[in-house]
Design a protein around this ligand. Structure first.
Ligand code: AMP
Length: 164
């Protein structure tokens, strides 16, 4: 077989999906794969509970996280689905019933203050001297999806008000 004939045969046997086979494939996979859930969908699907969450796995180093700050009381890591160029989640290492801010009791005042002060320090560390935003989502209507209290630290872009 000549070189040219061989190359032609190889090209002809390559599978090039036609537009109709591509759309057939999309139709098939759309039934198999659920669409990517939005943050709101995730929050609505989340069940408010005191059970361990994905954040316990991060604290226990069972799953990786991009940790940016840690002390004896709090852990801060980059959000897996960032909503701003800088998006950091700050959590207490011990939940102590604080599934969300609405569960706060007087004994939590110290850790709540420590979380906020840590957010300020991390903002400095991240170079957010022009401003940043702190968010605490609470409950289904507050779009909370992980029931282990946490502060979102967002920065690196201009924020809008009111938040929608
Ligand atoms: P919230 O919706 O206020 O409960 O925030 C939970 C946040 O945790 C969301 O912004 C998620 O993107 C983030 N998140 C969930 N799992 C992880 C993870 N494994 N690593 C980093 N961030 C995560």
């Amino acid at each position: 077989m000549t070189k040219n004939k061989d190359r032609k045969m190889r090209q002809e046997t390559k599978i090039k999906p036609s537009s109709s086979s591509t759309s057939r494939l999309q139709l098939l996979t759309s039934h198999l794969l659920p669409p990517m859930a939005s943050e709101k969908d995730a929050a609505l699907a989340a069940v408010p509970t005191d059970s361990p969450t994905i954040f316990d796995k991060i604290i226990n180093k069972e799953i990786p996280a991009k940790v940016v700050y840690e002390d004896e009381k709090v852990l801060a890591f980059r959000d897996i689905a960032p909503q701003a160029p800088t998006h950091i989640v700050i959590i207490p290492k011990v939940k102590d019933g604080l599934t969300g801010l609405s569960k706060a009791e007087e004994r939590h005042c110290e850790i709540l203050g420590h979380l906020l002060y840590s957010a300020k320090r991390i903002a400095e560390q991240e170079g957010l001297e022009d401003g940043f935003r702190i968010v605490i989502n609470d409950g289904p209507k507050g779009c909370q999806s992980v029931y282990h209290i946490h502060i979102h630290l967002l920065g690196g872009r201009h924020m809008n008000w009111p938040p929608c």
